[in-house]
Design a protein. Structure first.
Length: 120
């Protein structure tokens, strides 16, 4: 299968810092190992990342079917996985002496690229 296949989820309602803790664990892993790690993780970010990884696998299967090429999903691995910062939701909380304290509710963009391993 030539080329890489990717999946992106934009504006996930979790801070990039928390998401990066999980994505760093699966970078470079085999797809089946990454899914196992994510499904047993206690972090909320793992659920979001698992959705994106499953989408990337489905995209790879679809592209292989469109090009009429064989694809072994067991040979797929996470080639590139990155969390970027999305737009912040800006809110204000009342504070002492009539002030307003800003609260930034951060969002993340999840991008995962899977590729088929070369060789045996």
């Amino acid at each position: 299968m030539p080329g890489d296949v990717r999946a992106i989820q934009r504006t996930t309602r979790q801070s990039p810092y928390k998401m990066r803790l999980v994505i760093d664990q699966i970078r470079g892993l085999n797809v089946s190992d990454a899914l196992a790690l994510l499904s047993f993780s206690k972090k909320h970010a793992a659920k979001q990342i698992e959705k994106v990884l499953k989408s990337a696998i489905a995209n790879a299967e679809y592209q292989a079917r469109e090009k009429n090429e064989p694809l072994d999903t067991d040979r797929l691995y996470v080639k590139h996985a990155v969390i970027n910062e999305g737009p912040k939701l800006k809110r204000y909380m009342p504070a002492a002496m009539g002030r307003g304290t800003p609260i930034l509710k951060r969002t993340s963009h999840v991008e995962i690229v899977v590729a088929e391993k070369e060789g045996r």
